[in-house]
Structure formats: structure tokens, C-alpha cells
Write a protein that binds this ligand. Structure first.
Ligand code: AP5
Length: 215
């Protein structure tokens, strides 16, 4: 199963992809996670993308396209993947088409999560992440057992730089301008299924499962 998970910041793409991947037996491939790991490494790619990732603007298409091409060519993605955060521009749709054509395959489905702006702002404002193992928490909906400490590895939790209120607004603006046309492009191909992402995580997961299994 080759899936793309679309949706505005905070709609729950990462949360749901972490569950869909194991359900389908395929890796969760997140361009946001890949780019943040590069920033943390401090290597050339990280230095090039840092301002974009922390400021909520898009990394150039060719840079992120190259990273995705390399990742999808790895053996663990041969049987499928849940792609989270890519494509987010119409140009990236064409890049993904070329990558999949080279690999002799194609997308099965594109799932578009949605949530209202107040829900998004509440989710992103309350998100805490582990800089060590990258586990994701929420102060209300998914709190760690001990305040401020990662359940999995014991590291001190932090906020993502782009979860600042002004940066959230910029990310939403960029999403409307650059990524909404991506959903329309996949809708025109008959691949898109829209799923309400505003409910509790278990409810959203069941809706996604139904959208994957359905016609
Ligand atoms: P990326 O990491 O992809 O960020 P994003 O799309 O803005 O999405 P988020 O990770 O913020 O949200 P999410 O939808 O995954 O929500 P989550 O599940 O964490 O990209 C970051 C940056 O990298 C971009 O701004 C850009 O600079 C760059 N980049 C990445 N890809 C790129 C590309 N293709 N091209 C160019 N640049 C690119 O949930 C959020 C919070 O809510 C969590 O705390 C979670 O626990 C909680 N939560 C989730 N679901 C629920 C629920 N149902 N109920 C209650 N709480 C919930």
C-alpha cells in the first residue's frame, strides 16, 4: 500500500502515520522528521534547510525531492509506505510521479485530514517533543507520565521552534497557498479521500482505516 497523508499543520498526520504504518506493515516516511534530523546533525543539508524548517516556509522542491527519492528507493519501502508531509506543492506532485515511475510503481491512495484553525492552534500550542527519541506528546490529549519528561527515554521535552504562534500562522498561510492545490490535483485523479481529523485520535484512526479499506 502506497499512501500519501495530506493535511494542514497539526491535523494529526504524524500521529496517525505512526499507527497506519505498523497496521499496513510499511514505513512511515516523514519529510518534516527527515529535515529536522538533518538540522540536528548540523550537516550541509541541515544548514541549508534550517531557516525554512524553523520559520515555517517551504524547503526548495528539489532539495526535499532528492531526500524523498533516496528514502523511497530503500528496501524497506519496496512494499509500500505512508508518506507524511510530501508532496506539498504541485511541483512536488510531479517529482513524486517521476520517482514512483522510476521505481515502477504508483500511489494507491491519498488521504486528506482536516481540522479547524482553533483545533490546530490548540494542538500545536500543546505539542511537546522529545529531542532524544523524537516521541511526540500533547499537554492535554497525550501527556507524558511525568511532566516534562519523555516516557520512552527520560529526556527533557521541548517545543518545536515552528510551534510558536506567529510561525503557526505562517505555516497555515503556506498550506492554503501551496498545498491545497495538491489535494485538488489528486482529487482530479480520483485518488483523494477526505477524512475529518478533528475528533479524538482513535476516532480519526478508525476513519482512516475505513478510507484505506474502502473503494
Ligand atoms: P512537518 O513536520 O511536515 O510539519 P507540518 O506539516 O506543519 O505538520 P506537523 O508535524 O506540525 O503536524 P501533524 O499534522 O503531523 O500533527 P501531529 O500528529 O504532530 O514540516 C515541518 C517543516 O519542514 C515545514 O514547515 C517545512 O519547512 C519543512 N518541510 C517538510 N516537508 C516539506 C516539503 N515536502 N517541502 C518543503 N518543506 C517541507 O499532531 C500535533 C499535536 O496534536 C501533537 O501534540 C499530537 O499529540 C496532538 N494530536 C494529534 N492528533 C490528535 C487528536 N486527534 N486529538 C488530540 N490531539 C491530537
Amino acid at each position: 500500500m502506497r499512501l500519501v497523508l495530506l493535511g494542514p499543520p497539526g491535523s494529526g498526520k504524524g500521529t496517525q502515520a505512526e499507527r497506519l504504518g505498523p497496521l499496513l506493515g510499511v514505513p512511515h516516511v516523514s519529510t518534516g522528521d527527515m529535515l529536522r534530523a538533518a538540522v540536528d546533525d548540523g550537516a550541509a543539508l541541515g544548514r541549508r534547510v534550517r531557516a525554512h524548517v524553523e520559520g515555517g516556509t517551504l524547503v526548495p522542491d528539489e532539495v526535499v525531492g532528492e531526500a524523498v527519492a533516496g528514502r523511497l528507493a530503500k528496501p524497506d519501502a519496496a512494499a509500500g509506505f505512508v508518506l507524511d508531509g510530501f508532496p506539498r506543492t504541485v511541483e512536488q506532485v510531479a517529482i513524486l510521479d517521476r520517482v514512483l515511475e522510476r521505481l515502477g510503481t504508483s500511489l494507491d491512495r491519498v488521504l486528506a485530514l482536516d481540522a479547524s484553525e482553533p483545533v490546530i492552534v490548540r494542538r500545536l500550542g500543546g505539542r511537546r517533543v522529545c529531542p532524544g527519541c523524537r516521541a511526540v506528546y500533547h499537554l492535554e490529549s497525550r501527556p507524558p507520565r511525568s511532566a516534562g519528561v519523555c516516557d520512552a527515554c527520560g529526556a527533557a521535552l521541548a517545543q518545536r521552534a515552528d510551534d510558536d504562534v506567529a510561525v503557526i500562522r505562517e505555516r497555515l498561510r503556506v498550506y492554503e497557498e501551496r498545498t491545497v492545490p495538491v489535494a485538488r490535483a489528486y482529487e482530479a485523479r480520483g485518488l483523494l479521500r477526505r477524512v475529518d481529523g478533528s475528533g479524538e485520535a482513535d476516532v480519526v484512526f478508525e476513519a482512516l482505516r475505513a478510507a484505506v479499506a474502502g473503494p
